[in-house]
Ligand binder design. Structure first.
Ligand SMILES: *Cc1c(COP(=O)(O)O)cnc(C)c1O
Length: 533
């Protein structure tokens, strides 16, 4: 299997090159030359597979055997999920007759990004070690290394840190705005004391941190010297790792619904969406042949560029937004801290579900490629090249005008596979409340609540036989502000008793390691990196 850029060009990369490169030099994202189809016996063969077995089976379809043996892949996957607290890795919990949540937060940082980042860290390490081994054989210096630099407002920095802690040949530097990250999230990041993990507390805002990271990546000399890398959600390996839980959910749902072998599960997946990575993995699963009885549900918060796209066919940033290039940080906006809906300088709205506060969705470009391709006549001799040209034109227009409108046929194609709903903060709070006071009583985090509320709207268009699976992307303890706000008026509610896992309580007391950066100055950050790599 090879990979090529959504923006065209004849370059084809191996899986290894794709993972280590991240973003294509022409600005595009890498996608596979074809979407592999499931083996004809997958339903019977895979039905009792463990999460690790399923990962090996699905990932093998995308990674050539001459790049990685099955035993090597199994070893990486096993290592990646050994630290998950639940034996099923991503269990399915029943909330209603036709409603399940897929709990993706049993990893080390209690959020779904662990599923992909635990694997990505092991992949990086595997490839770098192998490259260095080959260099040693040729009597060359074993100098293959990676320096990951990113900015975080708290939500996802910890998942990257936990994915890369202790990895050979890799250092990670995560910048956060000092004092502006929630205590739990700050503790999650700074209590990782491995020698290759560096937390930088920058006196400034999240935007300052993001600007510094952008400056570093733009500094060719510095970049080349340290081989800077990003672990943001455009990396193909992250999408790939996330396809697996759609399959595990399918099999769990079949068992839970008590279906016989010749009955098909009638499922709809609904996904709280920001950068479109999580739901895109579901699109790949569907294109591979996983049965989905209803459209994939895109659930957005007030940052609703995607919901607007499915309504209008226009992919546009908010009006009058200055063209903000997405920096190689892991999340594009600061979290809300005062509950009011503020808009930051780039036009991103601060909501109660901060990990979905985005202006544009980086992985949406991958879907656009498939939509463009479908719309190129089959008679066209270079259909792939043509699709790349179209996407390139759209993204250029997006960059220059902040808006692009796709042809009706393209919108129709998008509507065949997806539906979309936008959910407000008020609806998010109400959803957290109704699930806590409902039966079974269940505490959801605000991102999952966005998914659940969108799902209830989408259910109105579904056939009665459809069962919904809402992807639950974080444990509620990570987002105490929204959860407390929603439940404080419920008699007898106690955050400590009803939400906080024991593991979290000890975290605040643990030893920390953090470097203070006294000014939001890229030179100061460069010094820290030079001194510590
Ligand atoms: C990152 C994140 C999301 C959004 O996922 P995308 O892949 O960016 O669409 C949703 N919820 C939580 C808790 C997240 O951390």
């Amino acid at each position: 299997m090879k990979y090529f850029s959504t923006r065209g060009g004849s370059q084809e990369l191996s899986f290894e090159e794709t993972v280590l490169t991240g973003l294509a030099p022409n600005g595009g994202l890498y996608i596979p030359t074809s979407i592999p189809q499931l083996p004809s016996n997958w339903k019977s063969e895979w039905k009792d597979y463990s999460f690790v077995d399923l990962s090996v089976a699905v990932l093998s379809l995308y990674i050539s055997r001459d790049e990685m043996s099955e035993a090597e892949l199994r070893d990486l996957v096993t290592k990646s999920y050994a630290g998950f607290r639940h034996p099923e890795v991503a269990p399915l919990t029943k909330l209603g007759e036709k409603k399940y949540v897929l709990e993706l937060w049993h990893g080390p940082t209690w959020a779904f990004k662990d599923v992909a980042l635990q694997f990505l860290g092991n992949l990086f390490e595997f490839f770098l070690k192998r490259r260095n081994g080959l260099k040693v054989e040729r009597s060359e210096p074993a100098n293959e290394k990676l320096t990951v630099v990113g900015a975080t407002s708290g939500d996802t920095g910890s998942a990257a840190i936990y994915g890369l802690r202790g990895k050979t040949n890799i250092s990670i530097f995560i910048l956060h705005p000092k004092g502006r990250v929630s205590p739990i999230q700050e503790a999650q990041m700074t209590t990782v004391t491995d020698a290759n993990v560096h937390n930088l507390a920058v006196k400034g805002t999240f935007d300052d941190c993001q600007d510094i990271v952008k400056t570093l990546f733009g500094d060719n000399k510095f970049n080349a010297k340290h081989r800077l890398g990003a672990v943001n959600s455009i990396n193909w390996a992250r999408i790939l790792a996330q396809t697996v839980y759609y399959f595990s959910a399918y099999f769990h749902a079949r068992r839970s619904l008590g279906l016989s072998e010749n009955e098909e599960a009638q499922l709809q997946f609904v996904v709280p969406t920001g950068n479109f990575g999580d739901i895109l993995a579901g699109y790949y699963a569907k294109k591979m042949g996983l049965p989905m009885a209803a459209k994939l549900g895109v659930a957005t918060n007030a940052n609703d560029i995607l919901a607007r796209f499915w309504r209008t066919g226009r992919y546009e940033k908010v009006d009058s937004a200055p063209a903000a290039e997405s920096a190689p940080s892991m999340e594009p906006a600061a979290g809300s801290s005062d509950g009011k809906q503020a808009t930051d300088s780039s036009g991103v709205k601060e909501t109660l579900s901060p990990a979905m506060d985005i202006l544009v969705s980086s992985n949406f470009e991958r879907l656009l490629w498939y939509l463009a391709y479908e719309n190129v006549p089959e008679s066209e001799s270079d259909r792939r090249g043509k699709a790349g040209e179209i996407v390139n034109g759209w993204m250029l227009k997006m960059k220059n005008d902040g808006c692009v409108e796709v042809p009706t046929a393209v919108l129709e194609a998008a509507r065949r596979d997806f539906c979309a709903e936008r959910v407000s903060d008020e609806e998010t709070l109400e959803t957290i409340r109704s699930h806590f006071t409902g039966a079974p009583s269940y505490v959801v985090d605000p991102h999952t609540a966005v998914g659940l509320h969108a799902a209830s709207k989408m259910a109105q268009h579904n056939a009665p036989s459809v069962t919904q699976v809402v992807l639950s992307t974080a444990h509620p303890a990570k987002f105490s502000e929204a959860v407390s706000k929603a439940l404080q008026s419920v008699p007898d509610f106690s955050f400590d008793r009803d939400v906080m896992p024991g593991e979290f309580k000890g975290l605040l007391q643990k030893e920390r390691r953090v470097v203070d950066v006294e000014k939001a100055d890229p030179e100061l950050v460069k010094d820290v990196i030079e001194n510590r790599v």
